[in-house]
Unconditional design. Structure first.
Length: 399
């Protein structure tokens, strides 16, 4: 109950007290209900006055934005939280949809917007805003918003999956339409020996554009198309070798465990008459880490048919010494990360020298990748590296 007390007078004399009592049960219940709703809804809610200044903010809005209601009370919410787009570019108030709620007295709904939090981070949100009317005049705006980070993450995941499936179709079409191509990059001897070339896979799009392997090989590996691609690469590499050229070809991690490929390689060598010594297959440390036993069996099988093996990206993994001990390797390919800044990076200089010394002790030859200038080439030559490749010596070209 709400009671109002007042004196009852006759002339100047107070003769009693008057009491007016009003039952406010329903109003109290409404206030409790409003408070319960405002404090428990997961969506953020805030109310602006006719000038766009904050008059109320619920607990969820405070949690999402990092501001308390007291900190923002009376402040322009556009200047506080809505002054920039999701990419950080300025968002002028005159271009803001929320302004139209106040100026045009109409509701707006935005699925992709951004509010700035107190700590400076940007919160992706969706919001709905409606005018609060006092007769025909807009007295304020109520805004309800939600955090859309999880929704965006799900949308991005779905889009990536869709893009992946599109790539599966593109790879399948390229295989069926013979649109895989090999580029070659020279491997130059630094201290005698025969020149060679690494064969690098590309895919040609339907419009004739050249597509890099990073765009399609991960999809091919994930969806079981890599085996067919590797078989194509093997056949093409051996046909190049049959013409008397020395070639290096990359094999995927999935193919290393496929003993059937050894039979294919042997058959292609026999059918083309290629010299097995002209064919070097590159295996990465990463692929060996997945199955060392299979990698060892595959490498020994290649050695038995007189093909050679290069351990690619040497130095990037943690099992390099194990591979040197277990595998019949002919070449160590020094990873590009150790070569690109060799002239200025003393740590990489020590690493390259150590790899060269280690290779010589094991009886292997070394190939340095990523040689892009004459200074690096001379350093490598001085360290005793056997072969080098990189843009300084020749860019990959279509065969």
């Amino acid at each position: 109950m709400l009671a109002n007390y007042y004196p009852v007078r006759i002339g100047q004399e107070v003769i009693g007290v008057g009491v007016v009592v009003v039952d406010i049960t329903e109003r109290e219940q409404a206030e409790h209900f409003r408070s319960a709703v405002m404090d428990t809804i997961v969506e953020g809610l805030y109310v602006l006055d006719g000038e766009g200044r904050l008059t109320f903010m619920n607990a969820a809005a405070s949690r999402l934005l990092g501001w308390s209601e007291a900190e923002l009370a009376g402040r322009s919410m556009h200047e506080a939280i809505h002054f920039q787009h999701a990419d950080g570019s300025p968002h002028a108030e005159r271009d803001c949809e929320l302004l139209k709620v106040r100026t045009e007295a109409r509701s707006v709904h935005m699925a992709h917007e951004a509010f700035s939090r107190k700590d400076g981070t940007i919160l992706p949100v969706a919001y709905s805003a409606a005018p609060l009317m006092a007769g025909t005049r807009v007295s304020g705006v109520v805004v309800v918003f939600r955090d859309t980070r999880l929704e965006h993450a799900e949308e991005d995941k779905a889009q990536r999956e869709l893009d992946t499936l599109v790539w599966v179709g593109r790879i399948r079409d390229a295989l069926d339409e013979d649109r895989l191509v090999l580029y070659s990059q020279p491997i130059v001897p630094l201290a005698g020996g025969r020149p060679s070339q690494e064969l690098l896979l590309r895919m040609t799009g339907t419009a004739g554009e050249v597509i890099s392997p990073q765009s399609f090989l991960p999809v091919a590996e994930k969806y079981g198309l890599i085996g067919e691609i590797d078989r194509w690469v093997i056949g093409e590499a051996i046909r190049v070798a049959a013409a008397g050229q020395r070639v290096e070809a990359n094999l995927s991690a999935g193919s290393i465990g496929n003993i059937d490929l050894l039979a294919l390689i042997e058959r292609e060598l026999r059918d083309t008459g290629a010299d097995p010594a002209n064919v070097v297959f590159e295996i990465t440390e990463t692929s060996l880490m997945k199955n060392l036993q299979a990698g060892e069996a595959f490498a020994r099988g290649l050695s038995e048919i007189d093909c050679q093996v290069a351990l690619d990206d040497f130095g990037t993994g943690f099992g390099g010494f194990t591979y040197l001990k277990k595998l019949p390797i002919d070449y160590l390919k020094i990873d590009i990360d150790f070569v690109l800044d060799l002239v200025t990076n003393r740590a990489n200089q020590h690493l390259v020298k150590a790899i060269v010394g280690l290779a010589k002790d094991f009886g292997y030859q070394t190939i340095a990748e990523g040689v892009e200038d004459a200074e690096t080439l001379e350093l490598l030559r001085g360290y005793g590296v056997d072969f080098a490749q990189g843009f300084h010596l020749g860019r990959p070209n279509a065969r």
